[in-house]
Ligand binder design. Structure first.
Ligand code: GDP
Ligand code: MG
Length: 199
């Protein structure tokens, strides 16, 4: 059975966030994905507006509360009082704050948006990115290779954690995010020279 017939050829969306572009790491980061055989099928540089970035995120109550809970965990781990830090213990309110920090972050400079195609692309890309917090991301991963920051720094400075890349984590996110960043633009269809060897 061909990989395509087995349903393991996937597409996924990656954003090189403004810190990656500003640090001149776009080429190196794209190379990490290309080297494992992931194929660039769409790519553009965008200076996104706040409104556009706000619509990138799911914005469901579950997603917002989840962000709030993660931030509360960091405060707890560090023995910090959320009331003193952000004036509330309500996960929804804190989640809204983190969402606003993400909107500030992603609209702060140019972003490179890419659709990659390849075997198990969603999982492979997330693995290459590494854990959300660079300080706990594996050393060989993108986040672990280029940063050691954490939620402690982000929360203290009231900013989203600068972790260089975004990658869709589910087929639902892929569908929403590819449509959001590329609209009706069609990904390019072509064969890479090494496709037969890598597949
Ligand atoms: P990802 O899928 O690994 O990017 O992580 P999430 O979807 O959970 O979070 C989205 C983004 O929000 C992350 O990439 C970080 O930039 C930022 N972020 C996540 N959790 C926190 C947090 O606890 N504090 C701060 N300051 N930023 C966070
Ligand atoms: Mg995410």
């Amino acid at each position: 059975m061909s990989p395509n017939a087995a349903g393991i050829v996937e597409r996924t969306l990656v954003l090189l966030k403004p810190d990656a572009v500003a640090r001149g790491l776009a080429g190196q980061i794209l190379a990490r994905f290309e080297t494992v055989g992931l194929k660039i099928v769409a790519l553009k540089m965008v200076m996104p507006t706040r409104d556009f970035v706000a619509r990138h995120y799911p914005n469901t109550p579950e997603w917002i509360a989840g962000m709030g809970k993660k931030t509360l965990e960091t405060y707890k781990d560090r023995g910090l009082d959320p009331i003193a830090e952000v004036g509330t213990t309500d996960p929804m309110k804190i989640g809204e704050m983190v969402k606003a920090w993400n909107i500030d972050y992603l609209s702060s400079g140019p972003v490179v948006a890419v659709i990659f195609e390849g075997l198990h692309a969603i999982t492979t890309v997330r693995k290459l990115c590494g854990a959300t917090m660079p300080f706990s991301a594996d050393p060989g991963s993108i986040r672990g290779s280029y940063s050691s920051t954490s939620a402690v720094v982000g929360n203290a400075t009231k900013r989203a954690v600068r972790n260089l890349v975004h990658a869709s984590s589910t087929p639902e996110e892929v569908a929403h995010e590819t449509a959001h960043w590329f609209g009706t633009e069609k990904p390019c269809v072509y064969r890479r020279a090494d496709e037969d060897v890598l597949a």
